[in-house]
Design a protein around this ligand. Sequence first.
Ligand SMILES: Nc1nc2c(ncn2[C@@H]2O[C@H](COP(=O)(O)OP(=O)(O)OP(=O)(O)O)[C@@H](O)[C@H]2O)c(=O)[nH]1
Ligand SMILES: [Mg+2]
Length: 403
Amino acid sequence: MSKVKYIGVFGKRNAGKSSLINVITGQDIAIVSDIPGTTTDPVKKRMEIFGIGPVVIVDTAGIDDSGKLGVQRVSKTKEVVAQIDIALLIFTNNTIDGYELELLTLFKSEGIPTILIHNQSDIIPLDPDLALEITQKMGIDVIEFSCNEFDESRLKDSITLLVSLMIKSLVDSPYAPKTVFDGIIDKGDYVLLVCPIDSEAPEGRLILPQVNAIRDILDKGAIATVVQPENLASMAGADGFKKYKLVVTDSQAFDQVSEIIPIDINLTGFSILLARSKGYFDYYLQGTRAIENLKEGSKILILESCTHHTSCDDIGRVKIPKLLKMETGISIFEFTFVSGLDPLPKNLNEFSLAIQCGGCMVTNRQLSSRIKRLISEKIPVSNYGMTLAYCMGIFERSVSLFK
Ligand SMILES: Nc1nc2c(ncn2[C@@H]2O[C@H](COP(=O)(O)OP(=O)(O)OP(=O)(O)O)[C@@H](O)[C@H]2O)c(=O)[nH]1
Ligand SMILES: [Mg+2]
């Protein structure tokens, strides 16, 4: 999965998009001129921004371009929207009209964090009342900028402010990849990982969520103990499991592990941590609680994001249907399965619940576009790990540490 962030720069012709890119990169990368329509095709530049890491900045043609070729350029500019993680929309002269509003609506519907940059403020300064109104109404930050700022330290301050807003937006983004244990463990903490090695475990290796967890524990300077469920009982020290800040188990061993690990020790599952790192976690939490509203004949959508992992296949197609029936006492549900990146069914509004797999094989963006569709249709969404935990009666326990 690519960690490079894509930053799109948009605005009318001559607003200063290419100039801004040159200023941010400190290089003469993009052609700048006072002839409107200088940039014709999206131009990508890869660079490193301190605090964000590797990024690709995409310069675009002006959104107010006209004529036959102009219309084609504008449609190319709009195609860029599907690729970006953050949008910088440049405007001047305190003017936000239909062109900017159309883009703002598009960014909003795509869930793309946006920053408005009032450029050429050396000619006409930003009206602070307008900035306040935009921020209050749309929740978007507006900054005053001038690419022609000759005072180096002032220019540097403006760029620093812009970068800090970009970092904030990326962190707030619904698909911001948090690392597995962000905000949960610190340096020196002990974490106990329960990884069953049974017929479903892949040959000679661990599965991706387990590997990611171990790596993140090491990155954070914490200490991992990795154990199979059957060795758990004999591991309890004189103080039980008190030294562990957290126990993480494969969801399938929830039952067994929750019986051994005392109730005052934090316990969660790999798939729950994975779901949290991929965004929409609160939506999954609510969605899982919708299991209690299921009725005889309710339609349930099972979303498998990979097509080849046999153990996941077994969880989605066999275990979850069986456990849901046992837990709810309802014998008839109608299950529909969607594999890989196949499109969602057309009759979405007929479903009472969707259950998404951990999504360890898809990008956050792919997962996100699917979840957003479900949200817009108001379909509750749970995931494999949370549903298994719910059916085993330990859902609230497995998510309590995130409250
Ligand atoms: N005074 C002033 N001029 C600026 C500023 N930013 C850009 N310009 C000038 O505005 C003109 C257009 O700048 P560009 O960066 O080419 O604008 P653009 O948005 O990329 O334009 P297109 O590629 O034509 O869509 C150039 O002459 C720049 O020198 C600024 O902050 N202040
Ligand atoms: Mg340009």
